[in-house]
Design a protein around this ligand. Structure first.
Ligand code: SR1
Ligand code: MG
Length: 404
């Protein structure tokens, strides 16, 4: 019989001792004057912020042996932190300015250490507060292009890509996405939840062929292993600065869902979460300036992504990938991103794991915003192949959100 030694879980009390035993991390901070806070507000992990009296800080993230939002009844391997470390290694290599400084992995304890970004805020919170984050979407688009290109068969030999694909298998977390994004919202599943006013809207998702489109997207998610993707690039996985003058407008974090998958899935996650923010802004009647800025975010992200990808293209290792192929690949990636974006938006209304953009609204606004999300997201999925440009998508979205 194999016995597995449990990995000790960090606590606010045990963090100082842990750091004292880590010379590399202890050198970054004055251990004599630190305060420690556990700030994890995601669905899965422990996150500690450690700060000293001089204002220096760092973050420790440890995977728990279960899903935090549900509890010990849903066990989940702590190895997910290894996927996160793999993602940081790739981002350090290809786009180091769009992630927090990465201080490495403690494999035995399943802990990673990162720069403390206390002067930044999670983008979803800023969006909920109606705050503009100039250039954030472009920074994320560039990040996806750099890591996507750098880990794909455009930058690596096909042998290297096969090995990297095998080395980045992330079965448990991919299964969560398959279930929560592509399966459960379209079935009677006990983890689904919505307010009764939305019954007809949600049940309508199962009619009229949408499930066939979702099947197509799910199959693409499961089989299209083209690059090391983030895997969960919603606005809760992006930091934006809280004050002007920061040289980088966004930093991507929370990479544990990473695997070799479709690059479009990361772009789609951003698109779908922009739709959540737009729907919230409509029902709260946020300023025209804020709503116009939101309406331009998909274009901002896509154009930065495309520009960066085209800039990297001449460095590709295999010239049999022609320029005409690139045009076709970009079109397909945009189409897929719209579809994934629709699916990612719908799951936040119907399935387990909601988003505060919609959840924090008062009941009447909640229902109105959720309806906007469901109808618009459905249109994205059903019409994705007819939408050639971000402006086409913006026009469709404006029609469904009732904006001129
Ligand atoms: C059980 S994990 C629920 C969700 O949290 C993460 O942020 C992913 O989006 C996942 O689907
Ligand atoms: Mg996350």
């Amino acid at each position: 019989m194999t016995t597995v030694t449990p990995i000790p879980v960090l606590t606010v009390e045990s963090v100082p001792g842990y750091l004292a035993a880590r010379d590399d991390l202890a050198a970054l901070i004055d251990l004599g004057s630190i305060t420690v806070r556990e700030i994890g507000d995601g669905n899965l992990n422990l996150v500690f912020v450690v700060q000293d009296a001089a204002g220096r800080g760092l973050v420790l993230k440890q995977s728990l042996p279960y899903v935090r939002m549900v509890g010990e009844s849903w066990p989940l391997s702590q190895d997910r932190i290894l996927a996160e470390a793999r993602g940081y290694d790739a981002a350090v290599a290809h786009s180091p300015d769009t992630i927090p400084t990465y201080h490495g992995l403690d494999h035995a304890r399943r802990i990673i250490a990162l720069e403390d970004l206390s002067g930044w805020t999670v983008w979803r919170r800023a969006l909920n507060d109606g705050l503009v984050a100039p250039g954030a979407a472009a920074a994320v688009g560039r990040h996806v292009a750099r890591v996507g290109f750098g880990t794909s068969a455009f930058a690596l030999s096909s042998d290297a890509v096969k090995l990297a694909t095998a080395g980045a298998i992330n079965v448990d977390l991919c299964k969560i996405t398959e279930d929560l994004v592509f399966t459960q919202p379209y079935t009677d599943h006990p983890d689904n939840a919505w307010v009764p006013e939305l019954d007809r809207d949600v049940l309508a998702l199962r009619e009229g062929g949408l499930v066939d489109e979702i099947a197509d997207l799910k199959h693409r998610f499961v089989t299209h292993a083209e690059a090391l993707v983030h895997g969960d690039l919603h606005t809760g996985s992006i930091f934006v600065p809280t004050s002007a003058g920061t040289s980088v407008p966004a930093k991507v974090f929370d990479l544990e869902f990473g695997f070799y998958g479709p690059i479009a899935f990361d772009l789609g996650a951003l698109f779908g979460n922009v739709l959540l923010a737009q729907s919230r802004a409509v029902v709260l009647e946020h300023s025209e300036e804020f709503q116009s800025w939101l309406a331009g975010l998909v274009r901002e992200a896509w154009e930065a992504f495309e520009q960066e990808f085209r800039a990297l293209w001449p460095t590709r290792v295999d010239p049999s990938y022609t320029d005409a192929f690139l045009d076709r690949w970009l079109w397909q990636t945009f189409t897929d991103a719209i579809g994934f974006g629709g699916a990612k938006a719908i799951r936040r209304i119907v399935g387990l794991a909601k988003a505060s953009d919609i959840e924090s609204l008062e009941p009447a606004e909640h229902v109105a915003a959720a309806r906007l999300v469901l109808t618009t997201a459905r249109a994205w999925i059903e019409h994705r192949a007819e939408l050639d440009t971000p402006d086409d998508l913006a026009r469709l979205t404006a029609d469904f959100l009732g904006r001129a």
